[in-house]
Write a protein that binds this ligand. Structure first.
Ligand code: PHE
Length: 408
């Protein structure tokens, strides 16, 4: 985990000063790799109370803008950019006092080594005040170590593996955890789908997938269900026919598939071709429009647990969906909503912190109580985690129909 020892990977730079309009920012997207990210240095030193601070607060976002989880990084970045645009506009209009936000986003291509390089660079070269990221738990574990080492606060919008925030006092999250999510998947399968027998097929290269498989298995058994087979695949295995044959033979009522969307969709396609008709149940890692683009008919009628559904009728969700559609011409997925919430929660802490030093800011983030987000009310607990409800959605012709909500 030593950043200095790493071979530099192909870090793609998306440098943008969020003070400028979003359209203008887009033209600054630099996909050639190498230099140029985030030239300005942080100006924040804090005010110690009294007059509201001026100057900018520099946020670094490390994200999978490319690779097989590309929509995770792209959606999250859009959610963050919307939050920044709104805040900076309110400061310009004089309705909000505080620091404007500047954002530098680096692509990690969904790879651990690139994630480490991106975070090191954001901290040591771009001199960011704080970090947002990553989505994938395995990448947050790499980036979180570096953030902790340099005393730079980091909020993961969406990494659900319990180990992420165990790294130390600089690392936070604003989403639920996988022990809870695994229980939600198990309960849904047992109580709503009336499943007696379940199979598990997980990605052994992803800490997220392995952890969620373990939690779903444990809960399903505790509820009297039987795990008839447990199979693994590798993060880049294109062919899982051997594992699927074993699953078919075990004739489960449901198949837990706690992976990321690209492979989950490919696996469901292969399964349907093999004549497997059991219902698939996934976790938040399925949350992408690409699930259906890749999976087509094979993914219809499947269920997954998630942080929010754009179809929920709360004022926060409706308002966010409208604004996001206006800005980006797409319906926001869960990643966009969590990116928006993580950014706004961080900015609220910036406004309250006695100084922008890493320790002070982290201590202030830790005091967050009842922050009203799009994905629900967020309070940061002593483990730097959030306790939130989950919603199981059904994949239905481009929609994510909310089926059942589970409270922690
Ligand atoms: N929870 C997943 C992880 O920890 C990431 C994720 C969150 C993916 C939300 C999609 C939606 O790796």
């Amino acid at each position: 985990m030593k950043p200095s020892g790493w071979r530099p990977g192909p870090v793609v730079v998306l440098s943008l000063v969020a003070i400028a309009s979003l359209a203008a920012c887009d033209t600054k997207r630099n996909t050639t790799g190498g230099g140029g990210g985030g030239a300005a240095t942080a100006t924040g030193t804090g005010t110690g109370g009294g007059e509201p601070a001026t100057g900018t607060f520099h946020v670094g976002h490390y994200a999978s803008l490319t690779g097989s989880e590309a929509t995770f990084g792209q959606s999250t970045d859009q959610g963050i950019r919307l939050a920044i645009k709104e805040r900076n506009a309110a400061i310009d209009a004089g309705t909000v006092k505080g620091r404007k936000i500047k954002l530098t986003t680096l692509d990690d291509a969904g790879k651990p080594q690139d994630a480490g390089n991106a975070v090191t660079r954001l901290i040591t070269q771009d001199k960011v005040n704080a970090l947002l990221g990553e989505v994938a738990s395995g990448l947050s574990m790499v980036g979180g170590q570096i953030a902790q080492q340099y005393n730079v606060p980091m909020i993961s919008p969406s990494s659900t593996n319990p180990q992420v925030t165990q790294i130390g006092d600089m690392v936070f999250r604003v989403c639920f955890l996988d022990d809870f999510q695994g229980k939600v998947m198990a309960r849904f399968a047992r109580e709503e789908l009336k499943a007696e027998k379940a199979a598990i097929l997980f990605d052994q290269g992803q800490p997220y997938s392995k952890g969620l498989a373990d939690y779903a298995e444990k809960s399903f058994k505790e509820m009297g269900g039987k795990i008839v087979t447990r199979q693994a695949y590798g993060s880049s295995d294109p062919d899982v026919s051997a594992q699927l044959s074993s699953i078919k033979q075990a004739s489960p009522d449901v198949i837990f598939l706690p992976g990321y969307y690209t492979q989950a969709a490919n696996i469901m396609r292969q399964a349907r071709k093999l004549g497997i008709t059991a219902a698939f149940v996934g976790g938040d890692g399925w949350d992408s429009d690409k699930l259906e683009e890749i999976g087509g008919a094979a993914v219809q009628g499947s269920y997954y647990s998630n942080h929010y559904s754009p179809e929920e009728e709360t004022p926060e969700v409706k308002n966010f969906v409208t604004k996001y559609k206006q800005e980006f011409g797409a319906t926001p997925d869960g990643l966009a909503a969590l990116g928006y919430d993580a950014a706004n929660l961080m900015f609220a802490a910036v406004d309250r912190a006695p100084s922008l030093g890493g320790k002070d800011l982290a201590a202030t983030i830790a005091t967050t109580k009842d922050f009203v987000g799009v994905t629900g009310k967020i309070s940061i607990d002593p483990n730097r985690d959030a306790s939130k409800s989950a919603v199981v959605v059904k994949v239905e012709n481009g929609r994510r129909v909310p089926v059942k909500r589970y409270e922690p």
